[in-house]
Design a protein around this ligand. Structure first.
Ligand code: ADP
Length: 360
């Protein structure tokens, strides 16, 4: 297998800023890159700049500063703007935007106007077969289910062999069961065709399930760009920590090379440079509870999730943490428990900065 770093860079954004109105920035100095076959997910709350990033890559928004390159060629800069139709970028919109008056077959063939009739036919057949739509080729979009419409939109976007595929919240119009199925199908399709893709979502579970790299945006700025596992275990900011999963923070004090907390001592991460008064991030999967009348936690809430139960534990200090337990481990509400934290990584933030930066 080729090591990932040997794959060519397909997309690069360098210090990209975008403005809709003079004086305000919808995007500020965004930089990241994607290699051939990578799936990148833009994640963040509403209004953080995900769609603007996607539109800037597609060429629908000019950049106010910075550069966007595709396959090594600059397509957006302050003095250059390659129009969308010349970028070889495929786009799948939230509502699929299929042409209602064209059959599935003609929708898929839409971007192949310059191919010879034979090439066109064989490419359409290939795409229909890849997306499982061969039997539905003569249907019109209104006679397709949501999942089938999405497959048709994907087939249409992939038919001209785009350099890059952009997807704007591709699952937002599907019911949860279809979404689950389409995520698996899409991932399989993108990986088999080695398509480089950037897609937008506000759902961290979706981002984790699909992406090789996740870009978390907050208020027009890129907070973190990393693999899902790194983002979950080593978030760079409290914002990222809370946005990508349940995170609790307990106060701690650095003494020598450990952080002392009410739940035990943790090693101080090498890169930490802040004050000695800190908060330690605790994930529910790091917290293990055991019934103990003399324990310093009380079961305050219980959320059954099928394969696990999330318990909310109030500590005698007043702080609150969550614990993820197997769904067979039952602890009654108000029972006293002792807690043990086993974390592979310690994540600490400067307590003063954390207090002022909290958004949730
Ligand atoms: P997201 O996709 O993450 O919800 P957007 O990229 O759509 O966020 O928006 C980023 C910021 O730019 C928001 O503050 C939004 O209000 C603003 N914005 C988006 N589109 C326009 C527009 N056409 N005119 C002015 N401001 C816009």
């Amino acid at each position: 297998m080729t090591p990932p770093d040997d794959k060519p860079i397909v997309l690069a954004l360098q210090n990209v800023s975008c403005s809709y109105e003079a004086g305000t920035r919808a995007l500020e100095e965004i930089s990241f890159s994607a290699r051939k076959g990578d799936i990148i997910c833009l994640l963040g709350p509403s209004g953080c700049g995900k769609t603007t990033t996607l539109r800037a890559i597609a060429g629908f928004e000019p950049v106010a500063s910075g550069e966007i390159s595709l396959n090594g060629a600059i397509v957006s800069a302050t003095d250059r703007h390659v129009p969308p139709e010349r970028r070889r970028v495929g786009m799948v919109f939230q509502d699929y935007a299929l042409f209602p008056h064209l059959t599935v077959r003609d929708n898929v063939g839409f971007g192949l106007a310059y191919a010879t009739a034979d090439d066109r036919r064989s490419r359409i057949d290939e795409m229909l077969s890849l997306t499982g739509l061969s039997e539905l080729a003569r249907r019109y979009p209104h006679a397709l289910s949501g999942g089938q419409q999405q497959r048709a939109a994907l087939a249409r976007a992939l038919a001209p062999q785009p350099v890059l595929l952009l997807l704007d919240e591709p699952f937002s119009n599907l019911d949860p069961d279809t979404t689950e199925r389409m995520r698996v199908e899409l991932l399989h399709l993108l990986k088999t065709t080695q398509t480089t893709a950037v897609f937008v979502t506000h759902d961290h579970e979706e981002a984790f399930a699909m992406a090789d790299y996740v870009a978390v945006l907050n208020n027009g700025k890129l907070e973190q760009y990393s693999a899902p596992e790194t983002m979950y275990h080593l978030p760079v900011s409290p914002f990222v920590a809370e946005f990508v999963g349940q995170a609790d923070f307990i106060p701690g004090t650095i003494r020598d090379s450990v952080v002392v907390t009410q739940l035990g001592e943790f090693p101080v991460p090498k890169a930490y440079r802040g004050d000695s008064e800190v908060v330690v991030m605790i994930r529910p999967d790091d917290v293990h509870i055991r019934e103990n009348r003399d324990g310093d936690g009380t079961v305050a809430s219980r959320q059954f999730r099928g394969s696990e139960i999330i318990y909310g534990i109030r500590l005698d200090s007043g702080d609150f943490v969550h614990s993820s337990e197997a769904s067979t481990r039952f602890f009654p509400l108000d029972s006293k428990v002792e807690l043990k934290v086993i974390a592979t990584h310690t994540v600490v933030f400067d307590r003063k900065a954390w207090t002022t930066q909290r958004v949730f």
